[in-house]
Design a protein around this ligand. Structure first.
Ligand SMILES: Nc1ncnc2c1ncn2[C@@H]1O[C@H](COP(=O)(O)OP(=O)(O)OP(=O)(O)O)[C@@H](O)[C@H]1O
Ligand SMILES: O=P(O)(O)OC[C@H]1O[C@H](OP(=O)(O)OP(=O)(O)O)[C@H](O)[C@@H]1O
Ligand SMILES: [Mg+2]
Length: 283
């Protein structure tokens, strides 16, 4: 079967998490960024290390079969690729922002103003949709300093914590696009068995990340109450303890309701609760 190629970011915000995800999928490879290509020894896959801007086109044109890239970059490059899986990292939002003392308060105030951005395509579409005529000034980075230098009245850029805006005396006033890293594939290749296998591995890693493995002890008389609180993959595993009248309950709990569940379990009589990370969940 043909060896697949996956394009990931060479260095930057998405590199480390992309490498970690592929390693967690059981893929063995050297992280040879200097050679820009690495061969996986236990799966027919090659990893290409690229600038993130180039990844969507490489996938669209079939130079790579798969890619890991931010949704923002896909929208900006306007490529035709398949979205295969959201990956849960690289979360950010493209926002419009102005200086703290600016008169601009909403998007209509942008008429006739200059907006600096590294995302002119997404911005143009947004302005057109809202019938706003503004001067888009495309710059490749450090967009946040442009209003202070008098180069623009507003900016349109990536925001995550908001720290960069704040430290440059800016405030956001409109969210345009939320984004996270996604796995993309070339259109028409979705039924390739190797791609399906890789997506399944990725999903099992993502599922595991969202859940914790929990073991607790309880008196048998409290078991019904405790089991009712547990979602589990199926029903929980219940094992008798050496001490008469006691059991150990093994289950998985979603991270998002973890603390609430733990306190409910304690109230229902759970003791000695041990919580462990899960590596993979294969359904
Ligand atoms: N502050 C942030 N928090 C979370 N995710 C972010 C943040 N900034 C950017 N991202 C996401 O990570 C992606 C890569 O960001 P990075 O800053 O590394 O890009 P870059 O400088 O264009 O890299 P390259 O050298 O590959 O072109 C962005 O396209 C976006 O999807
Ligand atoms: O809201 P925050 O958490 O402060 O993050 C936002 C900043 O992060 C990104 O830049 P990055 O730090 O990746 O540097 P870059 O400008 O070199 O891409 C982005 O371009 C913003 O400047
Ligand atoms: Mg880039």
């Amino acid at each position: 079967m043909k060896t697949l190629k996956i394009a990931i970011q060479k260095s930057g915000r998405l590199n480390e998490k992309s490498v970690e995800l592929l390693k967690n999928c059981g893929l063995s490879f050297e992280n040879y960024k200097s050679s820009l290509i690495s061969t996986v020894s236990n799966f027919p896959l090659e990893i290409l290390f690229l600038r993130d801007d180039d990844i969507p086109e490489y996938v669209q044109d079939g130079i790579a079969d798969l890619g890991i890239v931010g949704e923002n970059v896909i929208s900006e490059t306007e490529v035709d690729v398949s979205y295969l899986q959201k990956l849960g990292f690289g979360k950010c939002t493209l926002k419009l922002a102005v200086q703290n003392n600016s008169d601009i308060q909403n998007i209509n105030d942008l008429n006739g103003k200059a907006i600096a951005t590294s995302y002119p395509v997404i911005l143009k579409k947004f302005l057109d949709k809202n019938n706003i005529q503004a001067d888009i000034r495309t710059i490749s980075g450090s967009v946040e300093i442009s209003p202070g230098l008098g180069l623009s009245d507003a900016i349109f850029d990536i925001v995550s914590t908001g720290g960069t805006l704040k430290s440059n005396g800016l405030k956001p006033f409109a969210d345009v696009l939320s984004s996270e890293a996604v796995l993309i594939g070339r259109k028409g290749e979705e039924s390739n068995p190797l791609i399906i296998e890789l997506i399944q591995r990725i999903q099992s890693v993502l599922r595991a990340k969202e859940t914790k493995y929990v073991v607790l002890n309880a008196e048998s008389k409290n078991l019904d109450k405790i089991v009712k609180l547990l979602p589990g993959v199926k029903s929980p595993t219940v094992v008798p303890l050496a001490e008469e009248g006691w059991v150990a309950v093994h289950t998985v709990i979603p991270e998002r309701d973890f603390w609430e569940k733990i306190s409910l379990l304690k109230s229902a009589g759970a003791q000695g609760i041990v919580v462990m990370p899960i590596e993979k969940i294969i359904l």
